[in-house]
Write a protein that binds this ligand. Structure first.
Ligand code: NAD
Length: 229
């Protein structure tokens, strides 16, 4: 867990970065679009959507940036991490990119294993969860229990109790009319959605097999060989 590594919000661009950011931008838009309830809950004249980030590493920082891409009235107001240097580093990088939308005062920086609870109670409307995967179910439940809309990175859980917890929390969120947006990017991919629909509808009667590969980092091209005839 290194706060200084590529945080997904730099200018460096690769196909994976493009896919990640464009997908997450769509997530940000869909999240913002689904916040009618939250907006209506605000006092008249304040349309700001207040976002809090739990887990200020690469994906969390990227997700916060993506959420703010949804509109100028989306503001990052609180951050939480187990390591202060991760949090502060992420805040500085995000401030440079979105100076008008990053409004995280020192008293809204929460550090430690209980930082997520403090963040959830700090006045945010939306919680972004992108910390170490095994904490996702606990943080998700706490956010929904507190009536917050959530974006949660995948994997949402890494074991059976965690998965059961996430399923129960999703049911609870439905009852409360809260949005849970998954970081599983393929859910927002038009081609994948259409294929899934056709398979589930039985339209692909000749469907036999679908080979699929995801080549993620750290796959690299082998070094070029020189001197070979
Ligand atoms: N990096 C990606 O491209 C990517 C893509 C999809 C999903 N994800 C998922 O997003 C999550 C984060 O990945 P990452 O690459 O940003 O990792 P990372 O290690 O860069 O960042 C994780 C951050 O969360 C913090 N953290 C860990 N436990 C915490 C806790 N209990 N409370 C608060 N903060 C905590 C760490 O200190 C660190 O700053 C993981 O679940 C990962 O699987 C990452």
């Amino acid at each position: 867990m290194n706060g200084e590594r590529n945080n997904g919000i730099t200018g460096e661009s690769s196909r994976r970065d493009f896919l990640r950011s464009s997908t997450a931008a769509a997530v940000g838009v869909s999240m913002a679009g689904s916040l009618a309830i939250s907006r209506s809950a605000h006092a008249a004249g304040d349309d700001t959507i207040k976002v809090g980030l739990i887990g200020c590493g690469g994906r969390g920082s990227g997700a916060a940036n993506n959420a703010m891409n949804a509109g100028k009235d989306v503001k990052l107001i609180a951050m939480a991490d187990v390591f202060e240097d991760h949090l502060k580093g992420s805040r500085e990088r995000l401030r440079k990119i979105k100076p008008d939308q990053v409004a995280v005062d020192d008293d809204h920086c929460f550090v430690g294993f209980d930082a997520y609870q403090k963040l959830i109670q700090s006045g945010v409307d939306v919680v972004l969860i992108a910390c170490a995967s095994h904490f996702h179910p606990v943080h998700l439940k706490a956010a929904v229990d507190a009536g917050k809309h959530v974006f949660v990175e995948k994997p949402h859980a890494i074991d059976a109790p965690g998965i059961r917890s996430v399923m129960a929390t999703c049911e609870e969120a439905k009852k409360k009319n809260l949005s849970i947006v998954s970081g599983l990017c393929w859910r927002y991919h038009t081609g994948v959605r259409e294929t899934m629909k056709r398979v589930m509808d039985g339209g692909h009667r000749q469907y036999r097999r679908h080979p699929g590969n995801l080549h993620a980092q750290p796959l690299r091209a082998p070094p070029a060989q020189t001197g070979v005839e």
